[in-house]
Write a protein that binds this ligand. Structure first.
Ligand SMILES: Cc1cc2nc3c(=O)[nH]c(=O)nc-3n(C[C@H](O)[C@H](O)[C@H](O)COP(=O)(O)O)c2cc1C
Length: 428
């Protein structure tokens, strides 16, 4: 399924809001996304860009992914884990919608790349799935925000030691890159995963839902055939200032010298749909957090039966998780806490709940803490651990891994107590 088929499904079920009045890619689009965060939007009138539309919010809810891969929200964790464990080869297609139009001239100013916030360093591509080929590990998919510098140049945020960065270090003449924009939910989800080196995320996407690939025109890469827009080019060893730009936490990231991406070709659909992903919005949060849920799930299952994991938006969809377990012994809550931190090393706080607590409902999780948790007994504190650089309160020193205090709250019913006294009264 491609993006426009998915949007048509959302439209049929009345979930897609069409924005027909003029909305400028500079600031107005971002303001509207922020106002409707969680709701799929289609901007149909972009002044100065008559051929284009902008889609936003189409993966802002777990239900959107569930619909795209054909399962329930609760089944998503196991679907992601199964796809990562059993990637599927992708057949090349004979048709390439992403190459319907090959732009005669590379000119990024003719694409409605939004500006999100007045403090931003420039217009930003935020939902580009970057395809690269590593000489040792094969194809890798990754997100890199890209700030437009000129007609054929962007500067990317390339986090050190991840797939793109390590491949770029091996390419003294620059790394061939294809940035695919306007891809369906299952490709976005797979691209956000961090499987073992050598596992192709496009094959994980294929195990979630079928697609096809096509050969790029100016770089030696096979790319998703259904993308709305593709920027082909080379990640050079020239540097430029990148940022400022909002981080996942909703705080402003600082300016860094980062590699320049020189674009060699632009291909697209005849009437392309650009995907604008609001930084720190629900789409960003879902895509960051959801792929960590199966890894936590797998680790916790090694020590106690885990029935669900939710990385919560209130914790920036990165720093907080709720783990649901079927408790079978006095220390299961404590074991689950330790395992959860193994499953996602950037995790800072975790709450463990029983199966009668809805792990997706923050009020129910808080209720479990209020009624089942005693700090002197159920709080597990790790005073000094390596942590996420995204946490502004973590201790950060240049060139060193950030450090933080971590805690786990065991909000399960204490073992041995009379269970009856802990159950919520139901009026049904
Ligand atoms: C929406 C979104 C935006 C992201 N932006 C960046 C970015 O600008 N730079 C970066 O290096 N990683 C970014 N990431 C994280 C990478 O996608 C992540 O490191 C990658 O999935 C890890 O895979 P790899 O180790 O296989 O490359 C982003 C992730 C998401 C979901």
């Amino acid at each position: 399924m491609d993006l426009r088929t998915f949007l048509a499904q959302l439209d049929n079920s009345g979930e897609l809001i069409h924005i027909a009045e003029p909305c400028a890619p500079e600031f107005a689009v971002a303001q509207a996304i922020a106002q409707h965060d969680g709701t799929p939007l289609l901007f149909e009138n972009l002044p100065g860009f008559p051929q284009w539309r902008i889609a936003a919010g189409y993966v802002a809810q777990r239900a959107h992914f569930a619909r795209a891969v054909g399962c329930s929200v609760a089944e998503l964790v196991t679907r992601m884990a199964a796809a990562a464990a059993h990637p599927r080869p992708i057949p090349p297609t004979t048709t390439a919608p992403c190459q319907e139009i090959i732009e005669a001239e590379v000119d990024l100013t003719r694409i409605p790349i939004p500006r999100y916030h007045p403090l931003d360093g420039g217009p930003y591509i935020t939902a580009g799935v970057t395809v690269i080929q590593d000489p040792d590990y094969g194809r890798n998919l990754c997100f890199h925000r890209l700030m437009r510098l000129g007609k054929d140049r962007l500067v990317g945020r390339i986090v050190e030691q991840r797939g793109t960065h390590t491949a770029w270090l091996k390419a003294p003449d620059g790394l061939p890159l294809a940035v695919c924009i306007g891809v369906p939910p299952h490709i976005l989800l797979a691209a956000a995963m961090s499987p073992a080196k050598g596992v192709d995320e496009l094959q994980i996407a294929q195990a979630l839902a079928p697609s096809g690939t096509v050969r790029a025109l100016t770089v030696p890469l096979d790319i998703p055939a259904d993308a709305e827009l593709v920027l082909e080019g080379v990640l050079t060893h020239e540097f430029a200032a990148e940022g400022p730009f909002p981080d996942l936490t909703g705080t402003m990231d600082h300016v860094r010298q980062q590699p320049v991406f020189r674009v060699t070709a632009i291909t697209r659909r005849r009437d392309p749909i650009f995907h604008a992903l609001l930084p720190a919005g629900l789409e960003h949060k879902n895509l960051m957090g959801m792929p960590r849920e199966p890894t936590i799930f797998a680790e916790v299952n090694k020590v106690v039966k885990c029935t669900g994991v939710s990385i919560t938006p209130g914790g920036c969809s990165w720093l907080h998780a709720v783990v649901q377990i079927e408790k079978a012994g006095p220390d299961d809550g404590t074991h689950a806490i330790a395992a959860a931190f193994q499953g996602h090393t950037s995790l800072k706080h975790v709450v463990v709940v029983d199966t009668d607590v809805n792990l997706y409902d923050p009020a129910e999780v808080e209720w479990a803490i209020a009624t089942r948790f005693q700090a002197n007994r159920d709080l597990i504190l790790f005073p000094d651990r390596p942590s996420s650089s995204l946490d502004p309160s973590a201790r950060q020193a240049p060139g060193q891994k950030a450090r933080t205090a971590k805690m786990g709250l065991d909000a399960t019913i204490p073992w041995g107590d009379d269970k009856q006294g802990y159950l919520r009264v139901k009026y049904e």
